[in-house]
Design a protein around this ligand. Structure first.
Ligand SMILES: Cc1ncc(COP(=O)(O)OP(=O)(O)O)c(N)n1
Ligand SMILES: Cc1ncsc1CCOP(=O)(O)O
Length: 220
């Protein structure tokens, strides 16, 4: 492993961090009725970001579906994040992009999207990947899948301690993802997750009710 720059990372007082917030991930496919569901979910407050993650369709088709969702996010002052594609994030004027390990370099994303963009990076269960992402200028690192999920096939199953490690040592926020429900979320909050990224547990029921259930767990 290459040595990491001595200037990377700062000791970060836990009490200076804002309370844990929700980071909503779209269902893998959506229909015209989805905007209404999103508006209901965002109307509850406590949601920091919404990621448009549509699998199996091209950027052109995603761009056609995005405007009402992007407007709903802007109205609720929620960050609108595009999954996978730096080019699509630029084209839509999104607030940021989420990059998997094969989706491009955060430095390139920064050059294209500018200094205000929120750039997140998937780090699976790897401290090494997280430090690399931090060095490359990521605004947040994402660890998961913490629990079994059918939304994405993944073999990575981090220990909750990776959240505590990150939060204790580094300034950028960390996101926990994967199979999170109101029933299993509390240990992730206690371990130090700054954001809980959730898809199926929000959209499989009444989204407003589900956001309220998460909010209660996050308050403790
Ligand atoms: C917040 C957040 N964390 C992790 C992921 C997973 O991203 P990736 O590894 O690129 O996999 P796909 O989402 O593209 O299937 C994510 N999207 N968001
Ligand atoms: C995109 C992604 N990356 C790791 S797990 C996961 C799926 C998250 O969705 P859910 O909350 O339905 O498990």
């Amino acid at each position: 492993m290459p040595p990491l720059g001595a200037d990377f990372g700062e000791r970060f007082a836990r009490e200076r961090r804002p309370a844990c917030q929700l980071y909503l991930i779209s269902p893998p496919t959506i229909d015209a009725a989805f905007t209404e569901q999103l508006i209901r979910a965002l109307g509850e407050g406590g949601v920091a970001a919404f990621q448009l993650r549509l699998k199996g369709i091209d950027d052109h088709a995603i761009a056609a579906l995005a405007p009402p969702l992007q407007r709903a996010c802007a109205d609720a002052e929620v960050a609108f994040i595009i999954n996978d594609s730096i080019g699509l994030a630029k084209r839509l004027g999104a607030d940021g992009v989420h990059l998997g390990q094969d989706d491009g370099d955060p430095r390139e994303a920064r050059e294209i999207l500018g200094k205000e963009a929120q750039i997140g990076v998937t780090c699976h269960d790897s401290r090494h990947l997280a430090m690399e992402a931090g060095e490359a200028g990521a605004d947040y690192v994402a660890f998961g899948a913490f629990y079994p999920t059918t939304t994405k096939e993944t073999q990575h199953r981090p220990d909750h301690a990776i959240l505590t490690w990150w939060q204790t040592l580094f300034g950028a926020p960390c996101v926990a993802i994967g199979g999170i429900t109101p029933d299993n979320a509390r240990p992730l909050v206690e371990a130090g997750a700054d954001f809980l990224a959730v898809s199926s547990a929000i959209w499989s029921g009444d989204p407003a009710e589900r956001v309220r259930a998460f909010a209660a767990v996050m308050r403790g």
